[in-house]
Design a binder for this molecule. Structure first.
Ligand code: FES
Length: 147
């Protein structure tokens, strides 16, 4: 592993990769989407149970590399229990984080562990795969590509 990549694989990322949260199927989901990363061919599925505008439960199935799996796991924890509008805001904040590498001043969440991704354009697609899939599911779009 080269030093650039080693910088990315921080403890928090590895921990989520090894023991992903909210993984598997969600039999009573009422929204879902499949995301595709054309750069590597990896796919991810996001299942949601939304009730009264609140994201009551979420599951993720399948992923590619450590970055995509860890990001998906962190995402589930970041949005579970939030309203659909709040989840969209978290998406925007995360997108800024991995594009620009800057966390919100008040952001003490684990998501900031992925800030280093912004220096690796190919990895941005990995980190955002689950997030684009989440947003597609929230918008009742069944398929999304990170192109
Ligand atoms: Fe496929 Fe990262 S290499 S999502």
């Amino acid at each position: 592993m080269n030093s650039e990549l080693r910088d990315l694989y921080q403890d928090v990322i590895l921990s989520h990769y090894r023991q992903p949260k909210n993984w598997g199927d969600l039999p009573d989901s009422n929204a879902n989407a499949e995301g595709f990363n054309p750069l590597c061919g990896d796919r991810i599925s996001v299942f949601l149970r939304v009730k009264d505008g609140v994201l009551e439960d979420i599951r993720v199935n399948g992923c590619g590399c450590a970055i995509s799996c860890a990001s998906a796991s962190m995402m589930t924890e970041a949005v579970k229990g939030k309203s659909v509008e709040e989840a969209e805001v978290v998406f925007e904040q995360f997108h800024r984080l991995v594009i620009e590498g800057e966390a919100q001043e008040d952001d003490d969440s684990e998501l900031s562990a992925l800030a280093g991704v912004h220096e690796h354009p190919v990895r941005i697609k990995c980190a955002t795969l689950a997030w684009h899939t989440l947003r597609a599911a929230l918008r009742n779009e069944k398929q999304v590509s990170t192109e």
